[in-house]
Design a protein around this ligand. Structure first.
Ligand code: ZN
Length: 156
């Protein structure tokens, strides 16, 4: 295991489109293990390959004890119902902001062994998946911020 350096906003690599994984080999497993350790040590709930400088279509998410590794993921459908919620990103340190995301997503991906799977995910897990999937296409949550008003009507 190893902790990898997280790329931060301003680095052009975060704006690049990641390429599909073709080899489900030991090198990929090491990368996934490193990404998990890097995410956990940074108290993140998700991390994509590009965030450790690897332009491959992979991300992991960990929300409320549910850990999911997604290789060559594809969001196949999203609910019409959306929700505004707060997000942060390991590549945009010390910032938070509000983004509108679907409440539910259907995701197709492969495991680290190359086995295909399909899952329906809700609420914060759906949000995390959308956020990480955007990374694979060079998109950051700060591109999608919506103005947010708190209960006193004060803008954040
Ligand atoms: Zn992020």
């Amino acid at each position: 295991m190893a902790i990898r350096t997280i790329v931060v906003e301003g680095d052009d690599i975060l704006r690049k489109v990641s390429k599909p994984v073709t080899k489900f080999d030991k090198k990929l497993w090491e990368l996934l293990d490193d990404m998990r350790d890097t995410m956990r040590v940074s108290n993140g709930c998700g991390i994509a390959g590009v965030q450790v400088g690897v332009l491959r279509r992979i991300f992991i998410v960990e929300v409320e004890g549910m850990y999911l590794e997604c290789i060559n993921p594809e969001i196949v459908s999203v609910s019409e119902e959306v929700e505004e919620g707060m997000e942060g990103c390991l590549s945009v340190p010390n910032k938070r902001g509000y983004v509108i995301r679907p409440k539910q997503v259907k995701l197709k991906a492969f495991t680290r062994e190359g086995t295909p799977f399909e899952v329906m995910l809700n609420d914060f897990m759906a949000r995390a998946i959308c956020h990480e999937n955007d990374h694979l296409n060079g998109v950051l949550y700060i591109d999608k911020l919506v103005p947010h008003e708190d209960k006193k009507g004060k803008k954040e």
